[in-house]
Design a binder for this molecule. Sequence first.
Ligand SMILES: Nc1nc2c(c(=O)[nH]1)N[C@H]1C(S)=C(S)[C@@H](COP(=O)(O)O)O[C@H]1N2
Ligand SMILES: [Mo]
Length: 325
Amino acid sequence: MNSQSNQHAKTSFLAKLGLKKIHEGQITPEKVFFNRRSFVQSSLCLSALLALPKSIQAATAGFPSTRNPAFNNLEPTAEELVNSYNNFYEFGTDKGEVKNQVGKFVTEPWKVEIGGLVEKPITVDADQIVRWFGLEQRVYRLRCVETWAAVVPWDGFPLNKLLNRVRPLASAKYVAFTSFLDPEVAPGQKSLPYYPWPYTEGLRLDEAMHDLAFISTGMYGKPLPKQNGAAIRLVVPWKYGFKSIKSIVKISLVKDEPKTLWNALGPKEYGFYANVNPAVDHPRWSQRTEKPLGTWFGRQNTLQFNGYAEQVAALYQGMDLKKFF
Ligand SMILES: Nc1nc2c(c(=O)[nH]1)N[C@H]1C(S)=C(S)[C@@H](COP(=O)(O)O)O[C@H]1N2
Ligand SMILES: [Mo]
């Protein structure tokens, strides 16, 4: 990009944001002064961004995202809590340390293979997927099986858009997801050698096709931090967080229920379905209440299907939710 088109892109981008230049030398009340500072900061950030090589810049594909008003009625957890308290066992078991362990993890560019029982298998860059579908923002609850909970504005698109694009065959009944394998960059893949790496997860095809099942490439209106599963992750808001597999490299349509990492490690503790359910306790603790991230006291009641019962209960009609945990 030459500097002229650079300048043009910068100007029109600022115009889109509705940012106006504030005159120098004007006596400014504090609020305007503050605005001017953020203007200077955002234009500095923008120059820095436009100066980056294309391979890194591409990580911003799809932004700014469009807020989906149908999923915008919850108060998000503070961003700095969500990006600094993480379950990502590839980078160790200390939730506060994950963000300090992802330094060597390269998430751009990021290829994803989508295949198995489909008409049109494809291997494609995460940024290209974003260019196909664009990004919408949905604020979803996130409930970890360990009982901590958060509310996160995810930027992404429904998983069914991606699945429909590769055209599942009638024989496909489940979707298997695989995360990356690279013990040289992921210390947990060495220090937890008895874990069946890479991390795997799965959904029944009708669950995967449900409008709430989401693929995320960002959160809080920005590209996903590595510790939250860059470049591309799953978000299944009505299930325990371990189903929401991070840093996906492969999506495969299959005939039989796929093996999953947590289920292999503890079949009695981590069911394949793992729907959030206050009435089904984990063998080692109650699931009746949950602890919002950032609070010390004041646990709140766990919600059936994490608050999404109205939308998803029909998927499990006739199933014993205690047995098919
Ligand atoms: N690849 C991978 N994905 C993963 C995990 C993991 O260890 N590895 N942990 C899961 C668990 S237990 C939870 S609760 C969520 C946490 O997501 P967050 O750190 O973005 O809040 O990611 C899930 N996805
Ligand atoms: Mo979790």
